[in-house]
Design a protein around this ligand. Structure first.
Ligand SMILES: Nc1ncnc2c1ncn2[C@@H]1O[C@H](COP(=O)(O)OP(=O)(O)OP(=O)(O)O)[C@@H](O)[C@H]1O
Ligand SMILES: [Mg+2]
Length: 248
């Protein structure tokens, strides 16, 4: 089985979904068989790829995963659509340990054949994010370059550590990604320095600039890499893909 990247941060609006979509598209374009799982009831990753939400979340529906996978406009990229159905969210979130084992089997059975699986998490440290962490091999945490960026990170790291202890040797820190980076702002440089001082080499060299093309792409049901490939945002996400591929 390939690498499973959980894209998580309990803070909202830090660029989780944007990173999930663009990394998934970039990895698929590099030739890697890639699956994007939308675990967020907001279904932004699903919508951003031009797909409608699923009526039942594929991970709790009776169908096998292979029947619920959808292909996308990008060759090599499949998606497991999210669901807004609160019963499904509940079922996913409150799966008892036995059910969660079934879920893991369900997942691993459907994941063979992928080089990369990316899981887009909701902005919370709740059961959905824990479920994603427990089923991943690495966690990628986007951090927005703003005041309070580091606030709450200790809680997040505590939860990641808990999962690492519960499943030794499975989950590793894939990396921290600085998003909405604005070179002209003193604050951006302060956050950059603080995050790199604190986390050291697990912070990606690549930073994602604040770029309007990045925010426009989802309304065209596509990644910024397809929407506007020459922009700084698109180039940064391509660079991030290379860094992720390098960090095997
Ligand atoms: N590099 C960027 N430049 C400009 N706008 C961006 C950039 N990255 C993300 N955005 C915009 O910021 C907003 C939040 O991004 P996104 O939805 O990816 O965050 P999120 O962490 O997934 O949010 P949530 O916690 O609600 O799931 C969106 O409107 C998105 O288009
Ligand atoms: Mg999101």
């Amino acid at each position: 089985m390939g690498r499973i990247l959980c894209i998580a941060n309990q803070k909202g609006g830090v660029g989780k979904t944007t990173t999930a979509i663009n990394l998934a598209v970039g990895l698929a374009k590099s030739g890697a068989r890639t699956l994007l799982i939308d675990l967020d009831p907001q279904c932004n990753a699903t919508g951003g790829l031009g797909q409608p939400p699923a009526e039942r979340h594929p991970l709790v529906s009776q169908q096998s995963l292979s029947e619920t996978l959808r292909t996308t406009a990008t060759a090599g990229l499949d998606v497991l659509a999210g669901s807004r159905n609160f019963r499904d969210v509940d079922a996913l979130a409150h799966a008892d340990p036995d059910q969660s084992a079934t879920l893991r089997q369900h997942l691993s059975a459907g994941l063979t054949g992928y080089d990369f699986v990316l899981i887009d998490c909701p902005p919370s440290l709740g059961a959905l994010t824990r479920l994603a962490l427990a089923n991943s091999t690495e966690v990628l945490m986007p951090i927005q370059c703003e005041y309070f960026a580091m606030e709450g990170l200790t809680q997040m790291i505590e939860v990641i550590r808990e999962v690492m202890t519960a499943h030794p040797g499975r989950l590793r820190f894939g990396g921290i990604l600085l998003t909405m980076y604005d070179h002209s702002l003193e604050l951006t440089h302060e956050v950059d320095e603080e995050v790199r001082d604190f986390f050291g080499e697990i912070v990606y060299r690549t930073v994602i600039p604040r770029d309007v093309a990045v925010s426009e792409a989802p309304s065209h049901a596509t990644s910024v890499i397809d929407y506007s490939p020459r922009t700084r945002g698109a180039r940064a996400y391509v660079e991030l893909c290379l860094e992720v591929l390098e960090n095997e």
